[in-house]
Design a protein around this ligand. Structure first.
Ligand SMILES: NC(=O)c1ccc[n+]([C@@H]2O[C@H](COP(=O)([O-])OP(=O)(O)OC[C@H]3O[C@@H](n4cnc5c(N)ncnc54)[C@H](O)[C@@H]3O)[C@@H](O)[C@H]2O)c1
Length: 338
């Protein structure tokens, strides 16, 4: 059984990926400092999978600690989710973002190099495309970022491309996620933000449960069918599967740089999400139109043909499934994962 280190494995996408890894015969080793997650996630993952997990409470910015993981285990590959991800916070605290996101990546690569571990999957983001010239977005579109969070993703993509040129035995996959929502069917794990959510889905579910008074819709005058922003929402379990498919591809291919969009290829507006959510909860959801958020773009959705052709990546869940599972998680965890 191949050991795969999952940094940020207690977080939202990481935890769902741990399940997919186990289902596909990999042994995940979780590394997380729980700065944006709870150690309870590990117990819950064990309950879902009926599998004894190895986990380390480590900050990836501490190279010596990280090295212990590689000394203790023979590691086939790393999926590097660990990092901060809030755009607004990155504008207010850029150094914190550069420190955490860049130093942890550099440490991961250095330690991998030292221990002859040659397969790395990096969590990149659709944010690297900035405001795209057209939609759907293809992997070869020009890259342009507008905030420090996005800049960490783009810088890391560039660092890793330099690194593979210098180290042809090292394989890197850059996975550009669109908008993950939804939760595992058990309702035991899901998106569990600290404080007031930045993202649409946890914001809506908190309105539904009565924690927030109404949904703020940032602008209804975009050049989109109903005037609200359009994004490519993907069920987190479909996104998780994309990682195991990528690992399998890395086992077979001689290519050492793989880049894929992971989305559904379909754009949905804020109103469409709201209406699907109303169906899932069975009642109307209060909302107010407020002004646009600076930096938000009208439309962003992926072309995912490359991931389909090269990985066999196909999404299974529709928007209603995503809404229903998010709501199930919120109902079962009104105060998050405590
Ligand atoms: N959620 C999204 O919408 C989205 C979209 C595109 C890309 N991404 C990227 O995917 C990755 C995972 O996102 P997520 O939504 O699961 O976020 P998350 O915050 O739920 O998970 C990240 C995990 O990493 C941990 N972590 C952070 N810094 C760490 C460090 N230095 N050492 C060890 N652990 C650390 C946190 O405690 C958390 O458990 C991030 O890199 C994020 O930027 C997320």
């Amino acid at each position: 059984m191949k050991n795969v280190v999952v940094t940020g494995g207690a977080g939202y996408i990481g935890s769902h990926t741990v399940i997919s890894l186990i289902e596909n015969g990999y042994n995940p080793i979780i590394v997380d400092d729980y700065s944006n997650s709870s150690p309870k996630v590990i117990e819950r993952l064990e309950k879902i999978t009926n599998y004894k997990l190895t986990s380390y409470k480590i900050n990836c910015c501490n190279k010596n600690d990280l090295e212990e993981v590689f000394k203790n285990n023979d590691i086939f590959g790393v999926i590097h989710f660990a990092g901060y991800k809030a755009v607004g916070e990155s504008v207010a605290k850029p150094l914190m973002y550069y420190q955490n996101n860049l130093i942890s990546l550099l440490n991961v690569v250095e330690v991998m190099h030292k221990h002859n571990c040659n397969n790395l999957i990096f969590s990149s983001s659709a944010t690297v495309y900035g405001d795209p010239k057209s939609v759907p977005i293809y992997e070869d579109f020009p890259l342009h970022v507008t905030n420090p969070y996005g800049r960490t993703k783009l810088m890391i993509e560039e660092i890793l491309q330099d690194y593979v040129k210098a180290n042809p035995n090292f394989k890197v996959a850059l996975l550009r996620y669109f908008n993950p929502i939804g939760a595992h069917e058990s309702g035991l794990i899901g998106e569990d933000p600290n404080g007031i959510p930045n993202n649409l889905m946890p914001y809506i579910t908190q309105v539904c449960i009565g924690k927030l008074p109404y949904l703020r819709v940032f602008g209804n005058d975009y050049n989109t069918p109903d005037g609200t922003g359009v994004r490519d929402y993907i069920h987190v379990c479909d996104l998780a599967k994309g990682h195991t498919l990528t690992l399998k591809k890395m086992e077979e291919t001689n290519e050492n740089l793989l880049i894929y969009n992971l989305g559904t290829g379909k754009g949905s507006s804020v109103f469409e999400v709201l209406h699907e959510m109303e169906k899932a909860v069975g009642h109307a959801i209060p909302y107010q139109i407020v002004s646009r958020r600076p930096g938000d773009i009208a439309e962003c959705y992926a072309n995912c043909d490359k991931a389909y052709k090269e990985l066999g990546f196909k999404t299974e869940y529709n928007l209603f499934d995503m809404c229903k599972s998010s709501w199930n998680f919120q109902q079962k965890n009104p105060d998050g994962i405590k």
